[in-house]
Design a protein around this ligand. Structure first.
Ligand SMILES: Nc1nc2c([nH]c(=O)n2[C@H]2C[C@H](O)[C@@H](COP(=O)(O)OP(=O)(O)OP(=O)(O)O)O2)c(=O)[nH]1
Length: 154
């Protein structure tokens, strides 16, 4: 085996990690109530990775899709709604312990057509923004949760 081949065999980790970056979009679906502004939060199923953690609805961007188109598709698949995607409020990168990295873009949604239907989640709930830290969220979302709860972002 050539030296170059040996060298590349010694470094599969770096290549694998680069491949594993998942480009993900998620929605902060908001509604105004008498007690304040609420956001929709969703719980992962027991058989999924990171079981029973809470997250915002969304998922991976497919090849050739814009982030907004991906989010419209995911919200339709997961919740049965036709959403109007608002502005992007933040983008962040997180390295999970298993070596997988996510690049997350969060968009607000103030308007949608259709009745919200839980098609894939273990549970879903509307919550007031200051109560977000009471949910056991995915690690990548924790700084966003703090910012939303303290009124910094919205
Ligand atoms: N939808 C969503 N995903 C999130 C959030 N925070 C976060 O780290 N993620 C991660 C979890 C997943 O690894 C990935 C979304 O992938 P997905 O929804 O298409 O599929 P999945 O959960 O089955 O994950 P995977 O095993 O296929 O990677 O992004 C969030 O707030 N919402």
């Amino acid at each position: 085996m050539s030296r170059a081949a040996k060298k590349s065999r010694r470094r599969p980790g770096a290549k694998e990690a680069a491949k594993q970056i998942r480009l993900v979009v998620a929605a902060l679906i908001l509604r105004e109530t008498e007690t304040g502004r609420e956001v929709l939060v969703c719980q992962r199923r027991p058989e999924q990775a990171m079981a029973l953690k809470w997250e915002f609805p969304g998922g991976k961007i497919e090849a050739g899709e814009s982030p907004e188109a991906a989010l419209r598709r995911e919200l339709n698949e997961e919740l049965g709604i036709e959403a109007v995607i608002g502005p992007r409020i933040t983008r962040l990168r997180h390295n999970y312990r298993n070596g997988g990295a996510v690049d997350l873009q969060f968009f607000t949604v103030h308007e949608f057509k259709g009745a919200l239907e839980n098609r894939i989640f273990n549970d879903m709930q509307w919550t007031l923004l200051p109560r977000l830290p009471e949910f056991d969220f995915l690690a990548a979302d924790l700084s966003l949760i703090q910012d939303l709860a303290s009124g910094k972002l919205l």
